[in-house]
Design a protein around this ligand. Structure first.
Ligand code: GLU
Length: 292
């Protein structure tokens, strides 16, 4: 089977040097493996995504020398696929409507000992896990703001032991077979009122629908993989191999943000920097040489 790689940016800002490293590494690893290369536009958050950023992604990637297959999958055109997956999880009794507001969550989790997820956010307290379904339906009908969350503990118990193959490394150098502990994330959001899916759900559905065999992405998503592997198991989807790579940081050691205009590929190009210069700046060839 021919390997399938993908680069999956969100069009909510200009691509920067960190994206250049990720895309170039991904593309070269794909070439080495003789694979097919896909770009996927992750634009479920309609309030933050803009067509001009999407156009910028294609322009920047082409400028870098990356090429990809057409047509490109745009997540905002496939909400029905995510709804179908959500429906399967609901039918398994693994989803509940969660009504606590941000303020209520903050108040309930103020104790410094309250467990936090790998990104540092307090785990959802889950007061509404046991809410009577008729009462939940009444609140939803009355327009009550809510998110749909996974009953992660039950789901993880049902799924049994979970793992993935890590071809890169996690933040603590984790590599090889990684045991996934989805309970680290508590009850993850699967859909919101304004966005009928979530990053975790749509990424898992799309990687499977597109036949992705290799996911190359930043190390900041290493721990999220535990939630992805759980959803794959519940939905009967294959787990690809993962390659999490180091992040390009600024002079102060901070992760680059889409708001730092000076590292955007567009401003670098406009300042006369070449694609070859970018390749050197991000050290992708050195990174690849170290992987041989
Ligand atoms: N869309 C995500 C981002 O822009 C990447 C998702 C992934 O590679 O799994 O950071």
């Amino acid at each position: 089977m021919q390997p399938v790689f993908r680069f999956a940016p969100s069009p909510n800002g200009e691509l920067h040097l960190g994206h250049a490293f990720s895309a170039l590494l991904d593309f070269e690893l794909c070439r080495r493996a003789g694979g097919r290369f896909l770009v996927r536009i992750e634009d479920i958050d309609r309030s933050r995504c803009r067509p001009e950023y999407e156009a910028g992604i294609f322009r920047d990637l082409a400028w870098l020398g990356v090429s990809w297959e057409a047509p490109v999958r745009r997540q905002s055109e496939h909400f029905a696929d995510y709804a179908a997956a959500l429906g399967r999880l609901e039918a398994m009794g693994l989803v509940y409507p969660a009504f606590l507001s941000r303020g209520e969550v903050a108040a309930l989790t103020r104790d410094p000992a309250w467990p936090r997820d790998p990104d540092g956010a307090p785990l959802y307290p889950g007061q509404d896990r046991g809410l009577d379904p008729a009462e939940a339906a009444r609140r939803i009908d009355a327009g009550g703001a809510h998110a749909l969350r996974l009953r992660t503990a039950e789901a993880a118990a049902l799924a049994g032991s979970l793992s993935w193959r890590e071809e890169g490394a996690g933040p603590d150098g984790e590599t090889g077979t990684i045991l996934a502990d989805p309970n680290l994330w508590g009850d993850v959001i699967l859909a919101r009122k304004e966005t009928p899916t979530s990053y975790h759900l749509s990424v898992v559905v799309d990687d499977a629908l597109e036949g992705v065999t290799h996911v190359v992405r930043g190390r900041d998503l290493f721990h999220a993989t535990a939630a992805h592997v759980l959803l794959q198991r519940l939905l009967g989807l294959p787990t690809p191999a993962y390659h999490h790579h180091g992040l390009i940081t600024d002079d102060g050691g901070r992760k680059l943000a889409k708001s730092d205009r000076d590292t955007s590929l567009r401003s670098l190009r406009e300042a006369g920097v070449t694609a070859e210069d970018v390749r050197q700046m991000v050290g992708v060839d050195a990174a690849l040489a170290a992987m041989r």
